[in-house]
Structure formats: structure tokens, C-alpha cells
Ligand binder design. Structure first.
Ligand code: ADP
Length: 566
């Protein structure tokens, strides 16, 4: 049943971990997708802004001519042929174009006029008189623009469907071919020269800087490049020189400025930066949550395992202890009965019964004392009376009482004590229990090599007691558990030896109550050394050098009241 629960526990643990990891992976994936989508839509948005820019420039050129597609060009042509001027509805557009700083002069070449081919005059719009007047002085750009327009119009295979068609000669001129739809013929070419300086420096540059000037907020750097000359005309950010490798997007002007291309490099915009920051924040929070969750599950699992192991050990202990208590009682009961019945009259046998009862009673007493010690430690009611003591004296007293017993067990004792040890604050009974348990263990857990080394020396600010044996040693994995209650190493020798896994837990508790520390140095098969250290009693006036016996005595008077610790 227990096994079934145990495997169920492992299955649940596995499922929980897989679920957490699965959910985390899904979250990471969707967060990443979200970030990718943000980047993509941000890029699309930037491209849109660049194409909005070219559209705006396009509209800028047609501004003065807004609505001429609705004019009757047949009427316009007739009025022009009769008066040499355009009717008011058309004239209004021309005046608007003339007032626009983007154009310098406006010329008109009626159909059939041979201007540009010989020295024939061309009509130029006079700003003051607001009339077209013949002139022979016109720049070659006018003729270039009109020439290109005528060639284009000739090759237009479609029938004329609109009353005008606009043609640009790169960025020098804009020509409107005016079309009489009812006659299906072109009745003249209206050419506007473009003011280069104004176009580039006033209009395009300012517009570019206004829209994309701050790459930190726009997220783009735009260069207007003349590809015929391989040079930069203007750029949105002067600080960044043109670099073809950084160009990620290109955009031409629709139908005009043939020589020019906009080249665009994308920089990190605030949207991307914010998305990145939120991605990292999300990852950090997610990572933290996963670590905490896994840690919590691991913790719950480990503590549950520990509790289960403790419960198992306690159950074993109870069975064991009952047996241990019953055995001496049974021996004493039988011996007592025999004595009471008066069946034993032989003196030697009487003595033997007495010894039996005595030794079993002692065993029982030790057992009960141990149990009481553990119970007290558990309830936090251990009573200790620390006094400044010379540990040499306590060790010597222990040896005086136990050396014959140890020798009887076949052990060689190797004692090394530093005669001039400073005093430490220790409860004598506690120390006896500590050394007694450690020596008892050294005896219990030794096989062929029966050696016990006891060393007492000063180490920096501590007095150190070392109890060494050449016994079975402790496996590395068990070392961290041996001070736990009820813990016993599972091996054949431990199984044979009497014990309940309480001795070292009592020792550790007492060492710590007396302000000391305990550690073990052991290799399986090579023996163990238990190291107990107590801090040297420091006299404030003696710079930490320890105290004399007299000084210690004064301490006793101040501190010899029992202390209830726990
Ligand atoms: P007990 O001796 O009653 O089992 P302890 O708490 O004194 O309980 O010791 C716990 C376990 O530590 C022992 O069961 C034994 O396996 C191991 N141990 C203690 N002292 C030694 C030692 N000197 N050498 C080897 N193993 C030891």
C-alpha cells in the first residue's frame, strides 16, 4: 500500500514538473510570438510612413491643379485659340501654380508650335500682368520637359481618357499635356520649372526631418539618394552617414523624381524597445515564478520524504524500544522470582542473580535516561548548568571511570591532552554524556582494529575534543543524517549492534546548548573522528587570552545558576 502511494507520489511529482515546464514553454513561445508580431507590425508601420511621405510630395506638386480634371478642355482650347489666354476657371489654377514657391516659371506651348526646335517664341506666364506672353528666352530644361512629354504622349497607346496627363522630367520640370477629349487631341503643353533649391532644401529636407528627424522616436533613418550620381541628396539625420549595408528598405517616388530613391535603415523604435523591455520583464517574472514553483514542489516533496522516513524510523524505534525495555524487565522478573521463591541458596548463584539484576537495572536506567533526554530536548526543556571548567579534568575523570571497561573490550586507548588548556563554559553532566556517547559509538562501530584516540587541545579560540576510531566509518551519503533522531546507517554491523539512533542527536543537542559545535570526519572502512569544539571563556580584561582559575571562579559565581535552555 505504502509502495503504491510512493510511486503515485513520484508520478504526481513528474506530472506537476512536466505541466509547469510545458506551460512555461507555451508562455515563452507566445510571448516571443507577440514580440515578433510587434516587430513586424512596427516595420510595416515604418514602411507605411515612408510611402506616406512620397504620396505627400506627389500631392504637393498637384496642389495648384486640384480640380482641373473636371474642366472642359474643349472650351479651354477654344477660348485660348480666340484670345491667346486661358478662360478664368483654368487661369485660376495657373495663378496658383505661379504663386507656389516650388515652381519658378510657367510656359505654354500650343499644339503645332515649333518652339524648341528653332528660335520660335514660346508663351511664358507673366506674373505681373497675369498673362501668357511670347518669349524666346527659355532654359533648355523647358524644352527637355516638353520634349519628354511629347514623346511620352506619342507612345501612349490607350485612347486619351483624362483631360490632362502629367509628366516629370526627373526633378527639373513638371509638364501637363492638356487633352481635348472630344477631339481626342493634345492642344498644348504646360511646363512648370521646378525651383531646385526650394525643392531640396526647403521642402523635401524640412519634411524629411519633420517626419523622421528623431530616429529615437521614429525608428528610421532616411537618405534621399541620387542613384545616377551615387550620392546622397539629403537625409533625415545628418549625424548618420549613408551606409548601404544598413539599408533595409527602398522606396521610389511614384511616377516622378526618376533619379531619386529613398533608402531606409530601421533603428530601434520606442515600440520595439518597450516590447523588448516587457518581454524581458515577462521572462524574468515567469522564470522567477517557475523557479519558486519548482522549488516549492521540490521542498514539499523532500520534506514529505523526510517525514515519511522519520515516521518509518519512529515506528521501528517503538518496536525496538519496547523489546529493549521488556528484555531487562523479563530477566529481572525471572531472577526476582527465583530469589523470592527461596529456590536459590548457593552464595555464588545468589551473587550472580544480584549482578544480573543490577546490570539489567543499569541498562534500563540508561535507556530511560536517553529517552528522557530526547523528550526534554524535543520539548525544549533540557536543563544545563554551564560553569567554567578545565576539560582536562573532565576527560581525566571520565577515563578514570571507564578506562578499565574500554580496555576490557580489547581497545587500545591513545590519549593526548594539552595540559594548559584555557577554561570553557560547559555543563559537566552534558560533557559526560557527550564523551560517553562518542566513546560508546567508537566501541560499537569498530571491528578488528580496536583503537580509540582521545585528543584535547586548544585551537584558535576553541578547545577541541577529538574522538577517533579505526572502525567501520560512515558512508559519505549518511554523514549528513547521522545527527538526526532515529537515524541509523543501514549496514550489517549497525544491525548487529544495539542502538536506536538517538545517541548522536542527544550529543549534538547538548553540544549546541553548551555553545559548541560538532562535526565528523569519516571515510567508510577507514574509521571516524568526531570533533567537538567549545569556545574558550573570554575574560574581557584579558584580551581573549583565556582566564586563570581564580578569574574563572569569579565567573562561576555570576553564572552558576542553572540555565533552562531549549
Ligand atoms: P545508535 O548508535 O544508537 O544507532 P547514534 O545516534 O549514536 O545511534 O548513531 C547514529 C548512527 O551513526 C549509528 O547507527 C551508526 O550507523 C553511525 N555512527 C555513529 N558513530 C559511529 C562511529 N564512530 N563509527 C561509525 N558509525 C557511527
Amino acid at each position: 500500500m505504502l509502495k503504491k502511494y510512493l510511486s503515485l507520489r513520484w508520478v504526481l511529482l513528474g506530472t506537476a514538473i512536466v505541466t509547469i515546464l510545458g506551460l512555461t514553454a507555451m508562455n515563452v513561445f507566445s510571448l516571443f510570438r507577440l514580440h515578433q508580431t510587434t516587430i513586424e507590425s512596427d516595420l510595416e508601420n515604418k514602411k507605411l510612413q515612408v510611402s506616406e511621405f512620397t504620396d505627400k510630395v506627389h500631392h504637393r506638386f498637384f496642389n495648384p491643379y486640384w480640380g482641373i480634371d473636371k474642366l472642359d478642355m474643349d472650351h479651354t482650347q477654344r477660348v485660348f485659340e480666340q484670345t491667346g489666354q486661358f478662360p478664368p476657371a483654368f487661369q485660376r489654377h495657373i495663378e496658383q501654380a505661379a504663386a507656389d514657391s516650388i515652381f519658378t516659371d510657367i510656359y505654354f506651348k500650343p499644339h503645332g508650335c515649333r518652339a524648341c526646335q528653332n528660335e520660335t517664341s514660346l508663351l511664358r506666364f507673366d506674373q505681373l500682368d497675369r498673362k501668357f506672353k511670347p518669349t524666346t528666352e527659355y532654359s533648355e530644361f523647358v524644352c527637355d520637359g516638353m520634349g519628354i512629354a511629347r514623346t511620352r504622349m506619342k507612345v501612349l497607346i490607350d485612347e486619351y481618357r483624362f483631360n490632362y496627363k502629367s509628366i516629370f522630367d526627373t526633378h527639373y520640370s513638371m509638364t501637363l499635356a492638356l487633352i481635348n477629349l472630344s477631339e481626342q487631341e493634345i492642344f498644348g503643353y504646360l511646363t512648370m520649372l521646378i525651383d531646385q533649391d526650394y525643392l531640396v532644401n526647403e521642402y523635401l529636407h524640412k519634411e524629411l526631418v519633420r517626419r523622421f528627424g528623431n530616429p529615437d522616436s521614429s525608428g528610421v533613418v532616411v537618405w534621399l539618394r541620387d542613384w545616377t550620381k551615387d550620392e546622397t541628396v539629403i537625409s533625415s539625420d545628418h549625424a548618420r552617414t549613408f551606409d548601404e549595408d544598413k539599408v533595409q528598405y527602398k522606396q521610389r517616388f511614384p511616377d516622378f523624381f526618376d533619379n531619386w530613391t529613398l533608402k531606409v535603415a530601421f533603428t530601434e523604435s520606442p515600440t520595439i524597445a518597450a516590447s523588448k523591455a516587457s518581454l524581458f520583464k515577462n521572462f524574468a517574472v515567469l522564470g522567477g515564478a517557475v523557479v519558486i514553483l519548482l522549488g516549492a514542489i521540490g521542498f514539499i516533496f523532500v520534506t514529505a520524504q523526510k517525514e515519511r522516513a522519520l515516521a518509518e524510523r519512529q515506528a521501528g524505534f517503538l518496536a525496538n524500544v519496547t523489546h529493549e525495555l521488556k528484555t531487562p524487565l523479563a530477566v529481572m522478573q525471572a531472577a526476582g522470582e527465583n530469589l523470592a521463591d527461596g529456590r536459590v541458596d548457593n552464595k555464588e548463584r545468589l551473587q550472580s542473580y544480584g549482578r544480573h539484576i543490577h546490570s539489567e537495572a543499569l541498562r534500563l536506567k540508561r535507556m530511560i535516561e536517553k529517552l528522557l533526554d530526547v523528550a526534554k530536548a524535543d520539548a525544549g526543556q533540557s536543563i544545563i548548568e554551564p560553569k567554567p571548567v578545565d576539560l582536562n579534568r573532565l576527560v581525566q575523570r571520565y577515563l578514570d571511570n571507564h578506562e578499565p571497561y574500554i580496555n576490557n573490550k580489547g581497545f587500545t586507548l591513545d590519549i593526548s591532552m594539552d595540559e594548559s588548556l584555557p577554561p570553557v563554559m560547559v555543563d559537566e553532566d552534558s560533557f559526560n554524556t557527550i564523551i560517553g556517547n562518542l566513546v560508546e559509538n567508537a566501541i560499537k562501530y569498530s571491528e578488528d582494529e580496536k583503537y580509540i584516540g582521545i585528543q584535547l587541545q586548544k585551537k584558535h579560540t576553541q578547545v577541541r575534543l577529538e574522538i577517533e576510531d579505526h572502525g567501520v566509518g560512515i558512508p559519505r551519503s549518511a554523514i549528513k543524517h547521522i545527527f538526526e533522531k532515529f537515524y541509523r546507517v543501514e549496514d550489517s554491523l549497525t544491525a548487529q549492534s544495539k542502538g536506536h539512533g538517538l545517541g548522536l542527536s542527544i550529543v549534538k543537542n547538548l553540544v549546541e546548548l553548551n555553545g559548541g559545535t560538532i562535526q565528523v570526519d569519516s571515510v567508510k572502512g577507514n574509521g571516524s573522528t568526531f570533533i567537538v569544539e567549545f569556545p574558550i571563556l573570554v575574560d574581557p580584561g584579558n584580551n581573549g587570552k583565556g582566564t586563570t582559575d581564580e578569574q574563572s571562579q569569579q565567573h562561576i559565581n555570576q553564572q552558576d545558576k542553572p540555565q533552562y535552555v531549549g
